[in-house]
Structure formats: C-alpha cells, structure tokens
Design a protein. Structure first.
Length: 202
C-alpha cells in the first residue's frame, strides 16, 4: 500500500467535513433559514395582535355609530314633536274659545291661526309646497293628474284645479299635488265635466 493511499484512508470524518466547503455552507444556510423563520413567526404574531386590536376597534366604532344614529333619530323626533306641541295647544285653545262664545266666526279664525302656525313650523323643518296653481303647466314629476276637463281659458296641459296640496322636503317629493288638467278648448257638443284619470290596467 502506498503512502498516498494510507493518508487518504486514515483521514477523519470531521477533518473531511471541515475541508469540504459544500458541507460547511449547508450548515450555515440552515442556521440562517432558522433565524429567518423565527423572525417571520415573530412578525406574524405582531401582525395578528394588530389585527385583533383593529377588529376590536372596528367593532367598537360600529356599535358607537349605531348608538349615535339611534340617539340622533330620537333627538330629531323629539325636536319635531316639541315644535308641534304649541300648535296643538293653540288648537285646543281655539276650540275652547269657540265653545264658550258660541260663535262660528271665532272658530274659523282660530283654526286659521293654527293652520298658519302649523305651516310655518313645518316650513322651519324644510317643508315646501309644490307649485300647482291654476294655469301652471302640468309636471308629472310633482303633479298627479286625477282627471281631465276641457277649458276655453287654459290650453291643454295646464292645471285647472288643485284637489290636494303636494309637498317637498329638502328637494325630495313627499306627496305629489293632485290636480285636474286641461284638455284644451272644448269641441262642439263636448261636455265640460271632469273626466277621471283612467286606472292602469293590470
């Protein structure tokens, strides 16, 4: 056996590992990956804690908004009722005065005052009457035609008569004005009676 062969055979495994750059790099890489995994796990725990805190804050915010919304609705209703209470009081006074005096004129005047006060109170909350005077152009967006009638004074498509007032609140239509609409000049022998608006067939 040659000396060179003996030297190769007697080399220890640890010495081979130390002299092998591939094995040494493998051990170093594994330790580096372990450190990276630990850092990633710590970051994940931190993010999870942040998520739990954010979810809790969001739930608290949702509950607070719902509570404030309920309180606002109750407060608004209380404002409306409180503003209308004087109208109710004056109506009761007007009726009581009419009973004591036995005078229908006093009753009419009292009711008229209450009506004016009631209207002013609602206008303070944004109530606006829909324009629907005689001779005003019919607008299907704010008017409801409940009938048509011929008219020698008003062209076709104009309002002839207001049957029920319409109202808007903050530019939103609450109720259309119910009106009779002109059909234009009557033909010979045509009746001037109001023709009711036909109901849509189902």
């Amino acid at each position: 056996m040659s000396a060179k062969h003996k030297h190769t055979t007697n080399a220890s495994p640890s010495a081979a590992t130390e002299n092998d750059p591939v094995a040494s790099d493998s051990i170093t890489l594994s330790l580096s990956e372990l450190e990276q995994l630990k850092a990633a796990a710590a970051k994940a725990d931190e993010n999870w804690d942040k998520f739990l805190r954010t979810a809790a804050d969001l739930e608290n915010y949702r509950k607070r908004v719902a509570r404030e919304k309920e309180e606002l609705a109750r407060y608004t209703a209380e404002r409306v009722v409180a503003a209308l209470l004087p109208v109710l009081d004056n109506l009761e006074r007007a009726l009581e005065a009419a009973k004591q005096q036995g005078n229908q004129t006093a009753l009419i005047e009292g009711i008229q005052q209450v009506q004016n006060q009631f209207r002013r109170t609602l206008e303070e909350f944004g109530l606006e009457e829909v324009v629907a005077h005689t001779g005003h152009p019919f607008d299907p967006n704010i008017h409801e035609a409940v009938g048509h009638a011929p008219s020698a004074e008003h062209p076709e498509g104009q309002v002839l008569e207001l049957l029920q007032r319409g109202y808007k609140l903050a530019d939103r239509l609450l109720r259309p004005a119910r009106v009779v609409v002109s059909k234009g000049p009557p033909d010979a022998g045509q009746s001037e009676a109001v023709e009711p608006e036909s109901e849509p067939s189902e």
